[in-house]
Ligand binder design. Structure first.
Ligand SMILES: CCCCCCCCCC/C=C/CC(=O)SCCNC(=O)CCNC(=O)[C@H](O)C(C)(C)COP(=O)(O)OP(=O)(O)OC[C@H]1O[C@@H](n2cnc3c(N)ncnc32)[C@H](O)[C@@H]1OP(=O)(O)O
Length: 283
């Protein structure tokens, strides 16, 4: 009954699913809700590598708000691409950036993290491609991670000469613990799927995207006999202090980000990194 009335808020059904976009036009984020289960698939679709720019983050943020309002039964976050889940922050948002845009950009990233990390429904990252830095952050924000074999994941910021903010670090520490996080972060380690599984950075390994998606769906069955309220409130209690640490310091965090990326050596490093990306190819 509850499911029916919640779902009736969604746009017209098509083949058992409801497609949805906050702007009315599907662009960088496509949301589909399964009519039977109420599970939403949030597909990131910004070719070529789903790098996170202001527009993608703004769409993702409003999709998350709508899913919260419409009481989705769960979220699977995935990529349109079988190669890359998300390449993290679009370096062009940090390199030679304008103050007004970079302020909006970082605020949107904060907002997405707060909404995803604190989402009331169960969330799964279906990591069907590489997930460096900000891509890893999105995956860490979910409750469960299923990753396709032979991909890579990690917070590699130090490799770019930048420092991962406290909330990136907390997201990792809450999953793999302080010691493993310290080693991973200080060395900018990118884990293979197999390594990530061994240290608990991901929960399951999959053969391919289809397998990852069906394993992601299985996760929701764990809550079949659990009260949604008890589940959501428990999650909120567990995550509250991590979320509040950013919520109370958003302005300070924004200033630190802008100061950090404006440094001459950081700008030089970002420029060189962009150049090196253009020369290199990952198999
Ligand atoms: C006291 C201090 C307090 C703290 C203050 C805050 C500090 C700042 C913190 C900022 C946090 C940043 C987190 C980030 O997310 S930084 C971004 C890190 N991302 C990466 O390192 C990933 C880079 N990309 C790759 O490794 C590979 O592209 C890939 C994802 C493995 C995919 O490989 P593949 O071979 O499939 O694709 P290509 O490499 O050929 O890429 C295709 C084109 O896309 C461009 N590209 C790739 N990644 C990015 C990116 N992140 N931003 C912009 N552009 C990107 C690449 O150059 C290719 O472009 P081309 O076709 O024009 O050559």
């Amino acid at each position: 009954m509850f499911l029916r009335s919640a779902l009736s808020l969604w746009p017209l059904a098509r083949n058992g699913t409801r497609s949805y976009s906050s702007t009315g036009v599907t662009k960088l984020v496509a949301v589909t809700v399964d009519d039977q289960t109420g599970i939403a698939t949030v597909n990131l679709q910004r070719p070529p590598v789903n790098s996170l720019n202001l527009e993608l983050l703004t769409e993702l943020s409003s999709s998350l708000t709508d899913l919260e309002k419409n009481k989705s039964r769960g979220i699977i976050l995935k990529s349109y691409s079988d190669a890359v889940f998300s390449a993290g922050i679009d370096i062009l948002e940090m390199y030679k950036c304008e103050e007004e845009r970079v302020t909006l950009f970082w605020s949107a990233l904060q907002e997405v993290w707060i909404k995803l990390y604190g989402h009331f429904a169960p969330t799964v990252a279906c990591i069907n491609g590489h997930a460096p830095a900000g891509g890893c952050l999105l995956a860490l924000s979910c409750e469960y991670r299923v990753m396709v074999k032979e991909k890579t994941i990690g917070l590699n910021e130090t490799k770019l000469g930048i420092v991962a903010p406290q909330w990136f670090i907390a997201s990792l520490v809450n999953i793999i613990g302080q010691r493993q996080s310290e080693v991973a972060l200080t060395t900018g380690k990118m884990f293979t799927t197999e390594e990530a599984l061994r240290i608990g950075l991901v929960d399951e390994m999959a053969e391919n995207t289809e397998d990852a998606f069906s394993k992601s769906l299985e996760f929701f069955k764990k809550f079949k006999n659990i009260s949604p309220f008890a589940r959501a409130q428990t999650k909120a209690f567990i995550r509250e202090s991590t979320i509040q640490a950013l919520v109370k310091n958003r302005e300070k965090d924004l200033k630190m980000f802008i100061n950090e990326i404006r440094k001459e050596n950081v700008q030089k490093g970002l420029g060189q990194y962009l150049e090196s990306l253009k020369k290199r190819k990952v198999s």
